[in-house]
Design a protein around this ligand. Sequence first.
Ligand code: TYD
Length: 140
Amino acid sequence: MGNRNSVFDCHIVHFPVIHNRAGNITPVQNNIEIPFDIKRVYYLYDVPGGADRGGHAHRDLKQLIIAASGSFDITLDDGTTKKTFSLNRPNMGLYLCPGIWRDISNFSSGAICLVLASEPYDESDYIRHYDEYKIYCNEL
Ligand code: TYD
């Protein structure tokens, strides 16, 4: 047995861009651009140089992560395979299915990491220790 979701179930989503001489607009809508109902939005900003975020997995949460400004890297790990995605445009996002460990690093100065999430905040949904994550992967 193993983790039912793999890093290959996570993928880049390209959002529409409405071009305008005065700037662009990108709409994101539940179940159209986003493959779930958004119940929470949060964003990381003022990340100090060299800082890393993430370092956990979620049991049930689905997320869509966007570099609303600047850039950063997200390394996914399903307990077997690791895959790194670089996010650097506000018209693309990374869909993260449940059960995937993630580390977020290499934040550019002024980067904004916008997260659209399928559930409200729930600490019991987190797996915060990698040892526990390996057990979780093997139990599924
Ligand atoms: P965490 O999700 O671990 O941050 P990151 O993945 O960006 O490193 O959350 C950091 C802290 O913020 C943790 O104590 C829980 C709190 N938090 C909330 O209270 N509500 C939220 O919606 C989120 C995402 C975090």
